[in-house]
Design a protein around this ligand. Structure first.
Ligand code: PSU
Ligand code: MN
Length: 303
């Protein structure tokens, strides 16, 4: 076992009992949603995973250790303090060495889950190739992680603050399977459709679990994207969200927002411009992903 890993009692017991475990990220709590909805959602998502037969393991960096499973107080701390660093692959060594609070992105959560032997990870949305990346070179480290680390990420697709087409091309180049859960189209986070076809459709969790098992049995390194559309009753109108994303992108450029600040800036701006509707949608889709992710973890564990 890695010396930097520290397990919660619940996760430790689940591992000893061979129960299915689902990893959860913490950047979505600290940088992806406002307080107190972030903490509330994190707790509810954990509960949904338990109700669907798996054990949640929210991952974060605390005091030089990678925590696999957070206490209620720790969740509260990540949701409600200003001094939490956004931790992606490049940040892990420094933040652990200097014992800072770090909220793990999709990339960093995949690394930590892999160290802990957890193969299924649930979140809202992944990072990707940003619009204008041909000049800014802003491509999320999440994509490189998906190319090399054996963890499947259940998400609601890629949102159109990103260049969805280029994100799919990047994943294709890196050999990352994108599996549509009960969909033929990549969902666009706030909406069920993006106009881009996905590689494979799976209508049940067993098909997803079997696909992952065979991929890894073959020694094919890397993760997978399991794209699960937002429930129909929760989706936003494409016309509304497209205009707002365009506005948010304009403001990011005008304010010279760069690097790791870009995604949190855009998410907060979209929330403001939709008057909170994007946050409601975001919460609904994460919960929906928790149901599907827990079922996939159960099926994967049975194989
Ligand atoms: N997309 C969301 N909410 C989020 C993120 C993305 O809808 O909270 C977070 C995830 O942690 C993701 C990270 O891994 O943003 C990507 O950041 P960047 O684009 O800087 O790689
Ligand atoms: Mn970036």
């Amino acid at each position: 076992m890695n010396q930097y890993l520290s397990y919660s009692e619940e996760v430790k017991q689940a591992m000893e009992a061979g129960k299915p475990i689902v990893a959860l990220e913490s950047t979505i709590i600290s940088h992806g949603m406002p307080y107190p909805q972030n903490v509330q959602t994190a707790r509810e998502v954990e509960q949904i995973i338990r109700e669907n037969g798996a054990v949640p393991a929210t991952i974060a960096l605390i005091d030089g250790m990678i925590k696999i499973g957070l206490s209620d107080e720790e969740l509260e701390m990540f949701g409600n303090s200003k001094n939490v660093a956004k931790a992606s692959r490049r940040d892990l060594g420094y933040l652990l060495a200097t014992k800072q609070l770090g909220a793990t992105t999709v990339a960093a959560t995949m690394i930590c889950a892999d160290l802990a032997g957890i193969r299924i990870f649930v979140t809202g949305g992944i990072g990707g190739v940003h619009r204008g990346a041909e000049t800014t070179m802003d491509i999320s480290a999440d994509l490189e992680e998906l190319a090399q680390t054996n963890v499947a990420v259940v998400c609601a697709g890629a949102k159109s603050i990103l260049d969805i087409g280029l994100t799919l091309e990047y994943l294709e180049t890196k050999g990352v399977p994108v599996i549509g859960y009960q969909t033929d189209e990549l969902p666009a986070f706030y909406t069920r459709k993006s106009g881009f076809p996905i590689n494979f459709r799976a209508d049940d969790e067993t098909t997803v679990a079997d696909t992952l098992r065979v991929k890894w049995d073959l020694g094919l390194q890397g993760g997978a994207v399991i794209a699960n559309p937002i429930p129909a009753q929760d989706e936003l109108e494409p016309e509304l969200i497209d205009g707002i994303i365009a506005q948010a992108l304009k403001e990011a450029e005008a304010n010279d927002v760069k690097g790791k600040d870009t995604t949190p800036f855009l998410l907060a701006k979209v929330k403001e411009l939709t008057e909170g509707k994007s946050l409601v949608a975001n919460i609904a889709l994460v919960k929906n992903n928790a149901v599907v992710g827990a079922k996939i973890a159960v099926a994967f564990n049975q194989g």
